[in-house]
Ligand binder design. Structure first.
Ligand code: PLP
Length: 282
């Protein structure tokens, strides 16, 4: 294991740094037993977290959807400062911040931060692009908007289905997944937002489908609009992705991964990925 792993936990009103091999959470924590909690993955570049604010906003919204008390920005910034101490500034990292139900719903939630280097495979996919398969998620596109118990739009710790979908993609020889609704509408990737370019416009599916509002997509769309590249929230299908000029899966750490193969069919990007990357980097 790399020694570039950092952990900090909120304990007795302070961020306490811990060794990566030391237990910091009780085995009875409901985040472990039930996946009852929320998290964020934040890219660490040049020793800092330039996009942290958007992640903390989303964490607060996720926590509210789970009726979890968010300890607030001061706590998260203290945890980040603790894991970033001595972090080599040239090393790109991924910082995960977790908020779990803790030992019981009546007790204080558990808050912790982990920092580790960005995996080589993530960098490879960012650089080389990805092969993607479409898989059904088994929900109607408009169901989760009226079903708050399904926690649409919350970034919960319950990612077992998302991970299983990626493993299934691997068995099919692909890197990643685009989920579709029962009617065949585009949703999101297991850890990413779907964006496609067609007709001179950037498109992404509506969050009313219960998908996570992507911070990377939001940043891209803001900057694209300022740069004269129109953006739209569009109900789409896999056929729209096949017909598109370019398709990307967007996420904070991997950035814009160009989809070079969709359901076994090779596709191009019309040279647009460079512009997308440039907009995201600004
Ligand atoms: N959708 C899901 C399910 C995700 O897990 C993620 C990544 O965290 C995203 C979308 C993309 O979000 P972001 O761009 O904020 O990383």
């Amino acid at each position: 294991m790399s020694d570039l792993r950092r952990v900090a936990v909120w304990r007795d009103g302070a961020a306490v740094a811990a060794s990566a091999d030391e237990p910091v959470v009780s085995a009875f924590d409901l985040g472990l037993g039930r996946g009852d909690g929320v998290f964020e993955s934040v890219d660490v570049v040049d020793g800092g977290t330039p996009w942290l604010a958007a992640h903390l906003d989303r964490l607060a919204r996720s926590a509210a959807l789970l009726e979890l008390a968010d300890p607030g920005e001061r706590v998260w910034r203290a945890l980040l400062a603790a894991v970033l101490t001595d972090w080599p500034s040239g090393e790109e990292g991924v910082c995960r911040i977790y908020l779990t139900r803790g030992l019981s719903p009546d007790e204080t939630p558990t808050a912790l931060a982990l920092l580790s280097p960005v995996p080589a495979e993530t960098v490879r996919q960012r650089v080389e692009g990805i092969s993607v398969v479409s898989l059904g998620l088994g929900v109607p596109a408009d169901f989760r908007a009226g079903a708050p118990w399904l926690l649409g739009g919350a970034k919960t710790l319950s990612y077992a289905v998302n991970m299983a979908a990626q493993r299934h993609a691997h068995t099919l020889g692909a890197d990643d997944v685009v989920f579709t609704s029962l009617e065949g509408r585009l949703l999101e990737g297991p850890t990413s937002t779907v964006v496609w370019a067609s007709g001179g416009t950037l498109h992404t599916p509506p969050v009313e489908t219960g998908i996570l509002p992507g911070t990377t997509m939001a940043r891209l769309f803001d900057r694209a609009a300022s740069d004269g590249w129109p953006t739209a929230v569009t109900v789409g299908t896999v056929a729209d992705l096949h017909a598109a000029d370019a398709v990307w899966l967007l996420s904070g750490v991997r950035g814009a991964a160009t989809v070079h193969t969709l359901d076994g069919v090779a596709r191009g990007d019309d040279g647009l990925s460079a512009r997308v990357r440039d907009l995201l980097a600004r």
